[in-house]
Ligand binder design. Structure first.
Ligand code: FMN
Ligand code: SF4
Length: 472
């Protein structure tokens, strides 16, 4: 009996009750060793972050806006998938001796485009607006991409001369706001991208806070200097699939049937959204998962809207197959891609190409440990910075402040972007060759295994060891 056990005595006499209760060295009035006395409570719901957020909005009376990407830890990462290279059932290629094709063609829908886009690698740089980015950052991205035979995109707010000059291949973005939409620029582009949404903020328009709207940005967008911009979300000239078809045809005529038409969307209902865009005539569909980066977005949209990139790609691929357009319409995946391995997994899940935003900014120096006082002034530190919305980027990438922008060395930034793209392409090829593929475009779901039930259910990738997808 437990009571009897408690009645037994030690050979050295009873202990001091205060010491048993961890009273030695404890803070008076605060019992040590009792959970409620610890600094950090255990509520899985009212976490310190949830409490801080309630305090913040209670002071501000509005939702919070920030840059970077989602902080929602429930989004899976591509680390939940691994490759299963060739062993006995398949034959690997020599990783260090045999070649693997990385050429990627976008917009080769038969009979519709005179000049499809030909990239040397299956990765390109995402549309990031001048305004969100400094002109130096835009130029560096363009030169870096050009060096390795790939492309960049303009982003909301028009085309810069510097970026047209820097980027051998440049896609021109048409956002619903139509800021600085210019027919001449349209005809100078190598592709046109109609934006119907973004992964970081699906269902709403762009945000550029007043701190990032000096004279040059304001004049390009016909906006007042220093006033917050909130873009429209619906295109004024199309509402649904029928009008989109007409719009695409109009753009083909305006560009003489020379260049491909892209449709970019956030991942929400890809099975249906992708089918609609493909049937309306898009040559390329860009699917941006909920983990996608942004210069500024309402935080609740970053954390509580959209579906993961990993789950969107297979659904989009199936939609193209069901529509009978899988060989005609190209699928570009984006959103949270952090390495060559991530990019290779996206290709294996069904993407024809991947597009990167923040990874390219990392190559430019985002979050690099320099100018520490300026990170501190923002209340952050290198490795944790997500303050693009403030316009005070310590390393000169997401700023319009001339002094900060000077820190963005165009030549060095371009070189690092080129090296990152080269390294990632090598990583993708190495994985492809290990899986026995002579082209990165031959990677397939069967080359992958899922490490979690969720990853398997989201993607249809066989579960490790079970070798069949988790279904119900
Ligand atoms: C600084 C910044 C500015 C952006 N500006 C635009 C834009 O103007 N138009 C757009 O469609 N997407 C914009 N995006 C989203 C990117 O095009 C892309 O979808 C996203 O960055 C992909 O996710 P990743 O950053 O995780 O690679 C921006 C992203 C960043 C980081
Ligand atoms: S370092 Fe600059 S680009 Fe990177 S997250 Fe911070 S503000 Fe944004």
């Amino acid at each position: 009996m437990a009571d009897d056990l408690n009645d037994r005595e030690y050979p050295f006499g009873p202990p001091d009750e205060d010491v048993v209760a961890f009273g030695d060295g404890a803070v008076p009035g605060r019992p040590a060793g009792v959970p409620s006395s610890y600094d950090r409570g255990k509520s899985p719901r009212w976490t310190p972050e949830a409490i801080a957020d309630a305090h913040a909005v209670a002071q501000l009376g509005r939702y919070q806006i920030r840059g970077f990407s989602t902080f929602n830890t429930r989004f899976p990462t591509l680390d939940d998938l691994v490759f299963v290279p060739a062993t006995m059932t398949r034959l690997p290629l020599e990783g260090y001796r045999e070649s693997c094709d990385t050429k990627t063609v976008l917009g080769d829908r038969p009979g519709l485009v005179e000049q499809p886009i030909e990239l040397d690698i299956p990765i390109y740089i995402a549309s990031m607006s001048f305004g969100a980015l400094s002109a130096s950052a835009k130029a560096a991205l363009g030169y870096g991409a050009t060096k390795v035979g790939t492309m960049t995109c303009t982003g909301e707010g028009g085309m810069l001369e510097d970026e047209r000059e820097a980027s051998k291949i440049l896609v021109y973005q048409m956002t619903p706001s139509r800021y600085m939409l210019d027919l001449e620029h349209l005809r100078m582009a190598d592709g046109i991208e109609i934006v119907v949404g973004q992964g970081a903020k699906p269902g709403t328009g762009g945000v550029l806070l007043g701190m990032k709207i000096p004279e040059r940005v304001a004049s390009m967008r016909t906006l007042p200097v220093g006033v917050d911009q909130r873009s429209t979300v619906r295109h004024p000239d199309f509402l649904g699939a029928d009008d989109l078809k007409v719009k695409i045809e109009e753009l083909r005529e305006a560009t003489g049937y020379q260049v491909p038409i892209f449709v970019k969307m956030g991942a929400t209902r890809p099975r249906w959204d992708v089918a609609i865009a493909a049937k309306a005539g898009a040559d390329v569909i860009v699917l941006d998962g909920a983990e996608g980066g942004t210069g500024a977005s309402p935080e609740l949209l970053l954390d509580h809207t959209g579906i993961p990139t990993m789950s969107a790609i297979p659904a989009a691929r199936e939609a193209l197959e069901e529509a009978g357009l899988a060989d005609e319409v190209k699928l570009v995946a984006a959103g949270g891609i952090r390495s060559g391995a991530d990019a290779a997994k996206c290709l294996a899940l069904g993407a024809d190409c991947v597009m990167i935003g923040f990874a390219a900014l990392m190559a430019l120096g985002c979050n690099s440990p320099r100018y520490l006082d300026d990170y501190e002034a923002l209340g952050t530190s290198p490795g944790r910075c997500h303050h693009c919305h403030t316009g005070r980027c310590p390393v000169g990438i997401t700023t319009q402040d001339p002094e900060l922008e000077q820190r963005m060395d165009v030549a060095a930034g371009a070189e690092r972007v080129a090296r990152l793209l080269t390294a990632w392409t090598m990583e993708i090829s190495l994985l492809a060759k290990a899986c026995g593929k002579s082209s990165v475009h031959n990677l397939e779901k069967e080359d992958l295994r899922a490490l979690s039930l969720e990853a398997s259910a989201f993607t249809g990738v066989p579960l490790a060891g079970i070798d069949r997808p988790y279904t119900w």
